[in-house]
Design a protein around this ligand. Structure first.
Ligand SMILES: Cc1ncc(COP(=O)(O)O)c(C=O)c1O
Length: 407
């Protein structure tokens, strides 16, 4: 079954918006367009339910119920228990809170492992544990390819390591890391695992339960939803780490690592992402009754479509002398987040592309350590071209023609 791109684009108001007509969007790794079910739920919440939730009157009960629905349905999609999922303001803020919890739980002399492939959100907060006497070890990428080698991780592990942090997929290298394999290596050494899934989840929600990490994070403003950070913390770890929320909420797993009051409307509207998955599944003839199975079906549908569109783009850039493609040149190995190091600063090139109706960005994308690890000056930055399953083939063609002119 092939993805019905016409149907997909009808679910996104941006594609019928006159001001965006003719503009091909290639900065999706920065933030995606929002799907109609999310927009509808946000509008309904703000117009009909914008009251303090969980009080015993109709509007409030509906508001609370919709927030619960969002957590339950997103947890089911991700293959975890409902109370193992929580919503925070952003992934950066979620890792910050988690790092405080680890700081309290760990002893000086114990160790954590971070990578230099990660976005700073899954790196800096953990590295600051060094201030509390915790040893920080860096799992380094290959300077030529940006690849993270699991064998190198094995050499860094010993009985002192309590946590290994790495990305499911880097926002500049694009390579999909083998989460299950890496998690097994870390678990065998007695360490917990924290995976930044921000650059992966927009290309199909993963079954986190099956993948196996203890923590999995992504940002719903990049997965067609509202501006939230979605955080899965498996029960064992969540109950063991010190509570970071109000003391009287400490028994409620999903409240333990979200000290701020939640953004009610955005949490509720997150159920729209589950609506969207179900819409796609139903339209494409999926007869699975469970949400996890429907999500897996939609994941594969998106992935197959994206891989097909991605290879011509990789082929077009890989052969250019003036361009260094970061990460693999085989579409099956990576997400459609394509960063190019040029022989000049990247941002003016993105501005050139804008003249041809291509919306893209240039810079370090907060992956400063990854760029430095590959010998790229972060000030010069990279040109990043990122798309998703709602990108049309004609937009790839538009991009390729524009690249011919500006590169
Ligand atoms: C791979 C990756 N991780 C983490 C983040 C941070 O997410 P947030 O903006 O929700 O803090 C980003 C944001 O671009 C990202 O690309």
């Amino acid at each position: 079954m092939a993805l019905d791109i016409g149907f997909v684009r009808k679910q996104f108001p941006a594609f019928s918006e006159a001001s965006l007509d003719g503009q091909a969007f290639f900065e999706n790794a920065g933030g995606s367009y929002t799907c109609q079910p999310v927009v509808d739920r946000l509008t309904r919440f703000y117009t009909q339910r914008k009251v303090q939730p969980y009080a015993p009157y109709e509007a409030s009960l509906l508001a609370g119920a919709e927030m619960e629905e969002a957590r339950a349905r997103m947890a089911a999609i991700l293959g975890v228990e409902t109370d193992e999922l929580s919503f925070g303001p952003s992934t950066s803020q979620n890792t910050y809170v988690l790092a405080q919890a680890f700081r309290q739980w760990m002893q000086p002399g114990q160790a954590i492992i971070v990578t230099n492939q990660d976005h700073e959100a899954n790196s800096g907060p953990w590295r600051r544990l060094a201030e509390a006497g915790i040893e920080v070890r860096e799992w380094q990428i290959d300077p030529d390819t940006g690849h993270l080698n699991p064998e190198d991780l094995e050499n860094l592990l010993d009985e002192n390591v309590r946590l290994v942090c790495f990305p499911h997929c880097s926002n500049v290298v694009g390579e999909i890391n083998p989460v299950t394999e890496i998690t097994a290596i870390a678990h065998a050494a007695g360490a917990f695992v924290c995976v930044d899934g921000v650059s992966y989840a927009p290309h199909g929600f993963p079954n986190v339960g099956e993948l196996g990490p203890d923590i999995y994070l992504f940002s719903s403003y990049k997965t067609y939803g509202p501006h939230q950070g979605v955080m899965v913390i498996r029960r064992n770890l969540g109950q063991m780490l010190p509570n970071q929320g109000h003391y009287f909420n400490g028994d409620v797993l999903y409240k333990r690592f979200t000290p701020a009051g939640p953004d009610h409307a955005q949490v509720a509207a997150s159920a729209g992402m589950a609506d969207y998955v179900d819409l796609l599944a139903a339209h494409h003839g999926c007869d699975a009754t469970g949400p996890t199975q429907r999500a897996a079906f939609v994941h594969d549908l998106m992935r197959d479509y994206e891989v097909e569109l991605l290879q011509p783009l990789l082929d077009a850039v890989a052969d250019r002398n003036s361009v260094r493609l970061l990460g693999p040149d085989k579409a099956e190995l990576r997400a459609p987040t394509v960063a190019l190091a040029l022989n000049r600063p990247a941002e003016p090139v993105a501005a050139e592309l804008a003249k041809y109706g291509v919306m893209a960005g240039g810079g370090d994308f907060y992956a400063v350590r990854a760029l430095q690890g590959m010998g790229i000056d972060p000030n010069q930055g990279v040109l990043r071209l990122s798309f998703t399953h709602y990108t049309a083939k004609s937009e790839i063609d538009q991009l390729l023609q524009a690249l011919d002119r500006v590169l």
